[in-house]
Design a protein around this ligand. Structure first.
Ligand SMILES: O=C(O)c1cc(=O)[nH]c(=O)n1[C@@H]1O[C@H](COP(=O)(O)O)[C@@H](O)[C@H]1O
Length: 233
């Protein structure tokens, strides 16, 4: 079975994206298209990702605007039928509700506190920390507004699970295999740790796509997750 990994296909061009997609899809459940590819290619890149790949499509546009504008944007992409679409939870209750109402066949995932933000950057952007509290406040508001999924770092997954229960999908970027370069990520954990904390879907980009062989890198992380699950069962 494909591992619960969404590979972040943050490629500079559609040809590279198509190569990464076909090499990783035997091993993972989901492909994530974000701003870099969607702003360049639009719906064409979604069709390319789907192509022959039997995977779920995660459209990560992190919408953040007034409710009417987000409703229009969500309606515009709903016709592409992504399984998941992201919005920023900090856009507020009415904005999240607008996305939920405008894309009824898509799970709206609310991004809480970006995994690139360290603790000491929260106050500067107007968030009352610690990040675990800020994530919990934003998550509660997002779920009340109808979001079916939440994006948070692996550090907050266990407490969020206790807060929102089993029915909300918890998605964690900020995932780094032991020894991998963190890059611009601040709140990170290994794939095994994120899964053990209760994450439903791990977003992993550069540790897979920067590898010499992205397919082998995805297969290796998927195997590590299977081993961890077998040990804990
Ligand atoms: O919404 C996201 O997917 C997201 C939220 C967040 O808080 N942090 C975060 O890194 N992401 C995305 O997850 C991916 C992480 O990629 P890597 O850091 O290369 O593994 C990128 O595509 C980010 O846009």
């Amino acid at each position: 079975m494909a591992a619960p990994i969404a590979v972040a296909i943050d490629a500079p061009d559609i040809e590279t994206a198509a190569q990464w997609a076909s090499s990783v899809t035997p091993h993972v459940s989901t492909l994530k298209v974000g701003l870099e590819l969607y702003l360049r290619y639009g719906p064409e890149v979604i069709a390319t990702m789907r192509g022959a790949n039997k995977v779920s499509l995660f459209l990560d546009l992190k919408l953040h605007d007034i409710p009417a504008t987000v409703a229009g944007a969500a309606r515009a992409v709903a016709r592409l039928k992504p399984a998941i679409l992201t919005v920023h939870a900090s856009g507020g209750r009415d904005m999240i509700r607008a996305a939920v109402d405008s894309a009824p066949d898509t799970t709206i995932a609310a991004v809480t506190v970006l995994t690139s933000l360290p603790e000491d950057a929260l106050e500067e952007v107007g968030l009352r920390g610690p990040s675990s509290d800020a994530v919990r406040r934003l998550a509660t508001l997002a779920v009340e507004a109808g979001a079916g999924a939440l994006v948070c770092s692996p550090h907050e997954v266990a407490s969020l699970r206790a807060e929102v229960g089993p029915d909300v999908t918890l998605i964690t970027p900020g995932v780094r295999p032991a020894g991998a370069d963190r890059g611009d990520q601040a709140r990170v954990a290994t794939p095994e740790e994120a899964l053990a904390a209760g994450a439903d879907l791990l977003v992993i980009g550069r540790p897979i796509t920067n590898a010499t062989d992205p397919g082998a890198a995805a297969a290796s992380i998927a195997a590590a997750l299977r081993r961890a699950e077998a040990t804990s069962a």
